[in-house]
Ligand binder design. Structure first.
Ligand SMILES: [Fe+2]
Ligand SMILES: [Fe+2]
Length: 237
């Protein structure tokens, strides 16, 4: 029998604190060169996960989003901060300090200056799509990190599902023409960002046995599915 999906604010509440007791051991199987390649890459993702969600929550309020949706968004932000904490544990296990800034993070912050809920969520979905392929590669590539990256990956799957369920309602408020244009621009942004991420993180991806081409193909597969869920229903209606 199909299990009924919980409303998202209850789903996030049910998952709260789930990673509280996670610990990360020092990986015995990695060489110092492999540790260094992973650390440089992971420290970039760690910054990306560590946002306050201030713009997102303000945009949701501005868009008169429902209380339940805003509660779900607030708990979504907390889960992302939890990922930052878990990545900090991984970095500590491989003796690497935390980074304080990275150019890709500054680009996303710049794009998000548009300050609408729809552009906020579409922008963060670019990062979420890249995160899906990245964390699954990390989960499968380093035995000692399988648990921590498996946890983060499972959350990211829920995050994408959450936004795919809730964003179309807000995209519907654009005209058909605007939605079609946004759809093209957003697809271009995801494709471009996936290539940049694959190249920028190629050394870490090599450690876990994933080529840049395979990484990009993986992001594009998820993109096709998400694009359908976000835009098809609203354009057809
Ligand atoms: Fe995350
Ligand atoms: Fe996420």
């Amino acid at each position: 029998m199909l299990q009924k999906k919980l409303p998202w604010h209850l789903d996030f509440a049910r998952h709260a604190g789930r990673h509280r007791h996670v610990d990360v051991d020092r990986p015995a199987t990695l060489t110092p060169e492999q540790r260094s390649a992973l650390a440089i890459s992971l420290s970039t993702f760690q910054i990306g996960e560590d946002g306050t969600g201030e713009h997102l929550l303000a945009a949701a309020k501005e868009a008169a989003a429902t209380r339940r949706y805003r509660d779900a968004l607030a708990m979504f932000v907390i889960e992302e901060q939890e990922h930052a904490r878990l990545l900090a544990l991984v970095l500590r296990a491989i003796d690497h300090p935390l980074r304080t800034s990275h150019w890709t993070d500054r680009v996303f912050v710049f794009i998000r200056q548009i300050k609408s809920l729809r552009s906020e969520v579409l922008t963060l979905l670019v990062a979420e799509l890249i995160a899906l392929s990245y964390y699954s590669a990390m989960r499968d590539g380093v035995r000692e990190f399988a648990d921590v990256f498996g946890r983060i990956y499972d959350d990211e799957v829920r995050h994408v599902d959450f936004h795919a369920d809730t964003l179309p309602h807000h995209l519907d408020q654009w005209s058909t023409g605007t939605r079609a244009l946004v759809r093209v621009l957003w697809n271009v942004l995801v494709v471009g960002s996936s290539v940049v991420a694959a190249l920028d993180h190629r050394a870490a991806l090599r450690v876990v046995g994933v080529s840049p081409a395979r990484f990009v193909r993986s992001v594009w597969t998820d993109l096709r599915n998400l694009d359908q869920r976000l835009f098809s229903a609203s354009l057809d209606s």
